[in-house]
Ligand binder design. Structure first.
Ligand code: IMP
Ligand code: MG
Length: 333
């Protein structure tokens, strides 16, 4: 499977970071390339005792043999990117496209007040205003920034050349399907399309070059910020079920609801899912914690997975059973 794209199926924070870092180690891709909006995204990755909070670099950086790249559709905060390159020991193998847009202080200021902050619940990272400037054709690009010069490459060329050579590439989405500017719960959405097609455009690969589309769902739904959430649970019920979580970027509490089959169905359609990953199975079914084979799961957990496969008609191939990268059941052929 030379090219695999991984995207979020609900409202972000499905646990893509963990799935991608597992795949990046297991499938040994030569490139892990990120699309999506910008540093509004936050992935938490646990590797043994180490916890990484990633906002700009692809989550695949744990595999030191892989090059990590940011596609031209992503807006970049140079400070955040350079800090991650240093903190995650990823220098010499981290790259961004020369046409990535640059988030400036003014964009962060606009994003931290008024309608964007109060009504939309934006992360305040400057991502939306930078994308607005890009649409106005006034945004500066990575090639204009001296501190980024040593990291610049032609990302679409690098990715397509790797695929031509038969190498494995992982394409990493951010946010989630219902935060898409086109397909989400507008106006309570992010500033880009973040479905699989949008992510492919962000990194410069065409629709015929994708072999597997993995849509990641959490075993329940969470949403951070404002906007509709069907069957939302109150705080007490959320805590009682053990589903209380906090945002990686903003630290805000996440709102929660039960697994939503109709949203999941639409997500499968919008992304043309060929596989499904379910994360946090152990949070929903504590007896499944850290299991690594399907046979070890409880009957209740197996029934939950079977219902998903029956309803969505797509195989559930990856199951997250704990916080660290190897707490996973891999049912792929
Ligand atoms: P913005 O993308 O920062 O403008 O935020 C717009 C909406 O998308 C807000 O509700 C955010 O909480 C949400 N959002 C943006 N990025 C993420 C993410 O990576 N995970 C979860 N929610 C996000
Ligand atoms: Mg997140």
């Amino acid at each position: 499977m030379p090219s695999t794209i991984v995207v979020g199926g609900f409202f972000g924070d499905e646990g893509k970071g963990k799935i991608i870092s597992y795949l990046a180690i297991k499938d040994n891709p030569t490139i892990v390339v990120r699309g999506g909006a910008g540093p509004n995204a936050g992935h938490t990755i646990k590797d043994g005792d180490k916890v990484y909070k990633v906002r700009m670099l692809p989550s695949g950086f744990l595999n030191k043999n892989a090059k990590v790249m940011i596609g031209p559709g992503v807006v970049v905060n140079p400070e955040v990117m350079l800090k991650e390159v240093k903190d995650f020991d990823a220098s010499g193998r981290s790259f961004l496209d020369k046409n990535c847009g640059i988030i400036e202080e003014d964009h962060r200021n606009q994003d931290s007040k008024g309608e964007l902050k109060e009504k939309i619940g934006s992360t305040g990272s400057g991502t939306g205003p930078a994308n607005a400037s890009r649409a106005m054709r006034t945004l500066r690009l990575a090639k204009d920034i001296d501190s980024l010069s040593e990291y610049l490459v032609d990302v679409p060329l690098a990715v397509n050349s790797a695929l031509d050579a038969g190498e494995n590439v992982i394409i990493e989405g951010t946010q989630g399907t219902f935060l898409s500017l086109w397909h989400g719960t507008y106006p309570f959405v992010t500033s880009k399309d973040v479905t699989a097609s949008g992510i492919c455009a962000d990194v410069g690969i065409g629709p015929k070059r994708v072999d597997e589309v993995i849509v990641v769902f959490k075993a329940y739904v969470t949403r951070v910020g404002t906007g509709p959430l069907e069957n939302e649970l109150d705080n007490d019920e959320t805590s009682k079920r053990g589903w209380a979580e906090f945002g990686t970027v903003t630290g805000r509490p996440r709102r929660a609801a039960d697994f939503d089959f109709s949203l999941a169905k639409r997500s499968v359609m919008l992304n043309s899912a060929s596989q499904i990953a379910i994360t946090k199975l152990d949070v929903r079914f504590p007896e499944c914690e850290r299991k690594t084979s399907y046979d070890e799961l409880s009957d209740e957990a197996k029934l939950f997975i079977k219902n998903i496969e029956d309803e969505l008609n797509v195989p559930v191939t990856l199951l997250g059973t704990g916080p660290t990268v190897n707490d996973i059941i891999d049912r792929r052929k």
